[in-house]
Design a protein around this ligand. Structure first.
Ligand SMILES: [Zn+2]
Length: 109
C-alpha cells in the first residue's frame, strides 16, 4: 500500500530534524558536512512542502542558506534601540537578520 500524504510528510519532517540535529553535532569539526546536511534538509522541505521548524529557521541564513551558529558562523548583538531586538550577522555572506525579542518570546516557547 502506498503511504498516505500525511505519512510522507511526517517522515520528511522526521528526516529534516535528524539532518539538522546532525548538522549541529558536526559543524565544529566538519563545517562542510554541516552545510551538506542543511542543504539536504532544505531539499526535503521543498520537495515535500514541509516547513523547517521555527527554531531551526533562525539558524539558517536566508541568503547563503547555511548554518548561522552564534560565535562560530554568526555574530549576535542585542540592541535596545526602539524595541529590544537581536541582530544576527552571517559571517559567511554578511546577511543581517533582526529578530524582535517580543516575537521570539512568543514564537519559540
Ligand atoms: Zn549567509
Amino acid at each position: 500500500m502506498k503511504a498516505g500524504k500525511a505519512e510522507v510528510k511526517r517522515i520528511a519532517r522526521e528526516r529534516i530534524s535528524i539532518l539538522l540535529n546532525q548538522a549541529l553535532k558536526v559543524y565544529r569539526d566538519y563545517p562542510w558536512l554541516a552545510d551538506r546536511y542543511v542543504d539536504l534538509a532544505r531539499r526535503l522541505s521543498m520537495r515535500y512542502k514541509v516547513r523547517i521548524p521555527k527554531p531551526w529557521r533562525l539558524l539558517i541564513c536566508r541568503k547563503c542558506k547555511r548554518l548561522m551558529i552564534p560565535g562560530f558562523s554568526a555574530r549576535v548583538r542585542v540592541r535596545q534601540r526602539r524595541e529590544p531586538h537581536i541582530v544576527f550577522t552571517c559571517l559567511r555572506c554578511g546577511r543581517v537578520k533582526r529578530i524582535l525579542l517580543r516575537r521570539v518570546g512568543k514564537g519559540l516557547t
